[in-house]
Design a protein around this ligand. Structure first.
Ligand SMILES: [Mn+2]
Length: 380
């Protein structure tokens, strides 16, 4: 069941009963909650609201102070329900609200309140997906969870386990399950890691929409080798490209794990060679501890390049732990923009301010969290 609606361009305010989520261009809007889905005690019953642009916010990872300040920088203020609200714009979270940072409960409160009140939308990140799987017991295998509770997985999730407990944990895990895996807002697109039509068609075929609805969906999305698993991996973690299949050495990642595949730069339009397509951080080493050598400029066959995004519609994503300031062809291209600038690892919580009619990414539309920028450049 796909519940998608088409809107035509509206230049007048849109009178509705609920806080409205529509978009100002041509295109589809994903399934939205209706009045009956809400706690009516805290939602104004009727209001006039027009959405005139989106502010896409990068991975927050529990940095609530930065988030509140960034929302302030963008002109959002708490309304009488406590939800941050902009008079005419809507925020969009790219997922990964949780893990690592030390204010996760407050981040969840801010984001869910905004989504419930129609002042923000959100897509699922791999950390929300992992959290769901970590907390979902396999329906046929008692005591076994969809994400193994091994030391590595527990360590990645420990701050959440410590900070979000009891009923709050249950409530937020249930909320995560309902989050869409991508948003197609017509003139712009949002996904956590990679916009890939083929993977999205698999998800729609398997789930009937862009959301999980049953435990069976989650079971199949957690089972390696299942088409649903592979599709969700691409959308939430991004595609990879094999190095060893091309005679290149394995490398050690940040946590010391041996890796034979590199992240594939699906955003890099026109990339055709291994050197261009494989994302290798400058500090990675081979298994022997030497600095990882520069990859050769060998051509990658077209079928393996099918992840590379070539549509003319801007797509916004997070996930990739970018550092520094947004750099052309690394962090953004004409039609792709990463908004994850490593807020929880000493980077900058970052938003992209998109307005109707903008069909190309502009560097100047990035809005970094001001206090981070000041902290990183104390001399001015
Ligand atoms: Mn992330």
């Amino acid at each position: 069941m796909t519940m998608q609606m088409r809107f035509t361009f509206r230049s007048r305010p849109n009178l509705t009963c609920c806080p409205v989520k529509h978009q100002s261009g041509y295109g589809t809007v994903a399934e939205q909650p209706r009045c009956g889905d809400r706690d009516e005690a805290v939602v104004p019953r009727c209001e006039i609201r027009v959405v005139n642009g989106y502010d896409i916010i990068g991975d927050v990872h529990g940095c609530a102070t930065k988030l509140a300040q960034l929302l302030g920088d963008l002109g959002y203020t708490p309304d009488d329900t406590g939800a941050y609200r902009h008079p005419e714009r809507q925020a969009v979270f790219v997922g990964d609200l949780i893990d690592r940072g030390d204010e996760q409960l407050r981040v969840l409160d801010i984001a869910k309140r905004m989504v419930d009140n129609g002042t923000a939308q959100i897509v699922m990140g791999n950390h929300e997906f992992n959290a769901i799987a970590y907390h979902t017991e396999h329906p046929q295998r008692s005591g076994e969870y969809l994400r193994a509770r091994c030391a590595k997985n527990q360590a990645q999730h420990q701050e959440f386990l410590d900070q979000v407990t009891g009923e709050q944990r249950e409530r937020y895990i249930e909320w995560f399950k309902a989050l869409p895996l991508w948003l197609d807002l017509g003139e712009l697109r949002i996904v956590h890691a990679c916009w890939h039509e083929e993977s999205m068609r698999i998800v729609e075929r398997e789930l009937g929409s862009n959301r999980f609805k049953t435990t069976d969906h989650l079971v199949r999305a957690s089972a390696k080798g299942q088409p649903l698993y592979e599709a969700v991996e691409v959308l939430l973690k991004g595609p990879e490209i094999s190095l060893v299949d091309r005679g290149q050495p394995a490398y050690l990642d940040k946590d010391g794990n041996r890796r034979t595949q590199a992240r594939l730069r699906w955003w890099k339009e026109g990339a055709t060679t291994l050197r261009d397509l494989a994302e290798m951080g400058g500090t990675l080493t081979t298994e022997g501890g030497a600095r990882y050598p520069e990859l050769p400029d060998i051509q990658v066959p077209a079928d393996e390049r099918s992840f590379v995004y070539t549509d003319p519609v801007p797509v916004f994503y997070g996930h990739y732990w970018r550092m520094g300031t947004p750099e052309h062809l690394m962090d953004w291209t004409a039609h792709t923009a990463c908004v994850d600038f490593s807020a929880v690892r000493g980077g900058t919580l970052t938003a992209y301010r998109w307005s109707p009619g903008e069909s190309r990414i502009r560097r100047e539309n990035y809005v970094p969290h001001t206090a981070d920028v000041v902290a990183q450049n104390p001399s001015g």
